[in-house]
Write a protein that binds this ligand. Structure first.
Ligand code: ADP
Ligand code: MG
Length: 713
């Protein structure tokens, strides 16, 4: 694509095809996201449609493979040709000067003009070829864009000069035609390489995991095989200093892992037997034998990659206006250019000046910067945030995250560590503590809730067959094959005649068997160490903070007090959490909700922005618009900072692009800007948008990029 208007043209032609539900092009990343009714249209047909419109497309089936691109080398060749011949076309005049032959001699002048004309031919044919082809196709598709403007500018200037020369005059504009093409190609090459580098920064994630894996065979022999061929359950070896190729569980060995490229966490994590390791992390010092859990395509790394692709294939809402303007601009510009030519000619009777102005208008008005304004910012932000372990669902979630005014936090697992320990067991009379714990552990064996994990961890292993049902925010019910029913959870849930709540600021789980309350288990789940300062830091950003939990008021107040949170909503079931979010929204807040559990799904979905905390349940991740990997809740802070910085850049880009066009067009109409300067200005305006967006990749722009920047507790 040569400009953002190409993006809208591709979208247009693809959307027109039957069976296409939606199509979105991110110009900066050069990706097309389509939703298809595959019973009507095959994905390969989309490739053909794109090809037919004058572009090339390839399906990204394997996320780890960079789509092959031959266009790049050709583009450089075209630029080299344009630069060489444009400069060459200016030489004859200079040589004539140096040789003491005055170009004012009509004979010499015509000769020079002819040579310049011949030298410009490769520029307007070979170098400008893609512009011309797409201009013609865009007329056919009735979606005129930037190519049409450039092609019209270059071809008109060249054609006019030929006519002038044919009539025996030497007042030609051949080098101007060449300069237009050369400057635009130069702008494109620079822009292209900046975009490519940003795309590479995103795609680098795919490349993190090695393609070759040391597989341990049946006979304990080690062989190197392609990572993609390794099945689940295979044992692989990872030597110190190597990156981990596949997600798995450590079967043997221990080591420290550097997860910084995946999550931004800089402190190494120690792993030993049975610990989970992720593809893409760097094995620092120990040799590991890992049993593969996820194959290529299912690794969490691949999920990150997919989520980045998804982000890039949606348009940020802020761009909608810019696209509408850009879409109309081409036609407006052609009209304005014609009117300018006509008016100038009427006033001055000078065809050459009239034409030069019209060409300047045509070339300078390309809405390229306008089209690039937000996609470029989203592209850079995507790379930046993905490497910090923050996955925005789409451009809209970046903008909404920047708008958040209030943050509601789930307690268990979000503000707290989420690895509680059993502190005590109280048994009803006639029951023993061991019995209570054993019953509870039986019921909780397959529950994902933090309280459940604590109970299972504390109890001796018991084997019993039965089926479990989780009632999110209340507890679990287990029905054994022998017909017994055990419930663990909130007091009101387990039995109608439960014993009293113990007086403790800790979370409790009541246990009942066949409707009879048999006791209660007390667990301690301390707040995350960074939570207090993160909360304070968020206040400093002007955010209203509250905690919302399914736990008891006593526990909630205790944790909130320790973290400095004053607004607390306790005893909430999942639906109530969502209703609270709704109520805050009606009060005019833009609500962010951070949660991790099964019970947080409705609230995450109801919030303007749902943040799923690291290691959140699948339900939470699916409902969230921002998924955080690695780190604690300070990732939310980083997400807010990146989002705000991105929005600021988007606004600057759009404002600049609009100002540029509204100043440049009148300037060209008034005749202040010659055509070759117009081409230069046009290229420069796109490049400035690119450069401004690249600031997002720098550390400084986002106030906090890590815990180091946070004030210490
Ligand atoms: P939070 O909103 O703080 O994340 P939950 O909504 O997950 O808390 O749980 C609320 C309460 O319900 C817990 O404090 C606990 O008493 C009880 N509960 C929920 N699920 C379970 C479970 N699987 N085992 C024991 N208790 C549970
Ligand atoms: Mg929770």
């Amino acid at each position: 694509m040569s400009c953002a208007s190409c993006a809208s043209r591709i979208e247009r032609v693809v959307r027109m095809a039957p069976g296409v539900i939606d199509a979105n092009v991110n110009y900066a990343a050069a990706t097309l996201g389509v939703r298809l009714d595959t019973s009507v249209i095959a994905p390969s047909r989309v490739e053909e449609i794109v090809h037919d419109a004058g572009y090339e497309a390839a399906i990204i089936d394997d996320a780890s493979k960079e789509p092959e691109d031959r266009g790049r080398g050709v583009l450089r060749t075209r630029l080299a040709v344009a630069a060489f011949f444009t400069i060459a076309s200016m030489l004859p005049e200079m040589i004539a000067h140096l040789a003491g032959k005055e170009p004012s001699d009509p004979h010499v002048a015509c000769c020079i003009a002819l040579i310049a004309g011949i030298l410009t031919v490769p520029v307007v044919s070979f170098s400008a070829w893609p512009f011309i082809v797409r201009a013609l196709r865009s007329i056919r598709d009735r979606a005129p864009g930037m190519d049409l403007l450039i092609a019209t500018g270059a071809v008109t200037t060249f054609g006019y000069s030929v006519v002038v020369l044919a009539t025996g005059s030497s007042l030609v504009y051949f080098s101007t035609a060449g300069a237009i093409v050369a400057f635009l190609l130069l702008g494109r090459v620079i822009e292209d390489s900046a975009r490519r580098r940003s795309v590479a920064a995103v795609r680098l994630l795919h490349a993190l995991a090695p393609n070759v894996t040391h597989l341990i065979g049946e006979d304990t022999q080690e062989i190197d095989v392609a990572t993609s061929s390794v099945p689940v359950g295979a044992k692989i070896r990872i030597r110190p200093g190597e990156r981990i190729p596949l997600d798995g569980r450590v079967a043997f060995g221990s080591s420290n892992l550097d997860r910084s490229l995946l999550t931004g966490e800089s402190t190494p994590v120690a792993v030993g037997a049975n610990d989970v390791v992720e593809a893409g992390t760097l094995n620092l010092d120990g040799a590991l034998v890992v049993e593969v859990v996820h194959t290529v395509g299912n690794r969490s790394l691949d999920e990150v990659a997919r989520s980045v692709d998804l982000l890039l294939s949606h348009r940020a809402p802020m761009q909608a206006l810019a696209d509408r303007v850009a879409g109309k601009l081409t036609v407006v510009v052609l009209v304005v250019a014609s009117a300018t030519a006509l008016a100038t000619w009427i006033v001055s009777h000078d065809v050459a000046t009239a034409l030069a102005r019209a060409v300047a208008v045509t070339v300078i008005a390309c809405p390229c910067a306008l089209g690039l304004a937000t996609p470029m910012a989203v592209l850079v932000a995507a790379g930046r945030s993905a490497r910090r372990g923050i996955l925005f669902r789409d451009g809209a979630s970046i903008e909404r995250t920047a708008d958040v005014t209030a943050l509601l936090f789930d307690k268990t697992g979000t503000l707290t560590v989420g690895h509680p320990t059993v502190r005590g067991v109280i048994a009803a009379s006639g029951h023993t503590r061991d019995e209570v714990l054993a019953c509870a552990a039986m019921a909780e064996a397959s529950s994902e809730h933090p309280v459940a994990r604590a109970i299972v961890h504390a109890a001796p292993k018991v084997e019993a067959n039965g089926s479990t049902r989780a009632i999110a925010g209340h507890g679990v019910e287990w029905i054994g094959d022998d017909g017994h029913c055990i419930r663990v959870g909130r007091r009101t849930f387990v039995a109608s005649s439960a014993g009293p709540e113990p007086v403790t600021p800790h979370t409790v789980a009541h246990v009942s068997r066949d409707g009879e309350w048999i006791g209660v288990i007390v667990v301690d789940d301390p707040p995350r160490s960074e939570a207090r300062r993160v909360v304070a830091e968020m206040r400093r950003r002007g955010l209203r903070i509250a905690m919302i939990t399914g736990d008891r008021r006593e526990v909630a107040d205790d944790v909130a007090g320790r973290l400095g949170i004053t607004e607390v909503v306790a005893d909430c079931d999942p639906a109530e959490k969502a209703r609270t979010v709704e109520r805050w929204r009606q009060d005019g807040e833009v609500v962010g909700f951070a949660g991790d559990g099964l019970n947080d799904g409705p609230a995450l979905a109801a919030a303007d922005v749902g943040f799923a905390i690291d290691r959140a349940t699948d339900v939470a991740q699916a409902a969230a618009s921002v998924v955080l990997r690695g780190g604690g809740i300070e990732q939310i802070l980083v997400a807010v900072d990146i989002a705000r910085a991105t929005r600021r850049i988007m606004r600057q880009n759009l404002a600049w692009a609009l100002v540029y066009n509204s100043l440049a067009i009148p300037g060209a109409v008034a005749g202040f800007i010659p055509p070759s300067v117009a081409a230069f200005a046009m290229a420069a305006s796109s490049l400035s948008v690119v450069a401004n967006s690249l600031r997002l990749a720098s550390r400084r722009l986002t106030g906090n990029t890590g815990s180091a920047a946070l004030p210490s507790p």
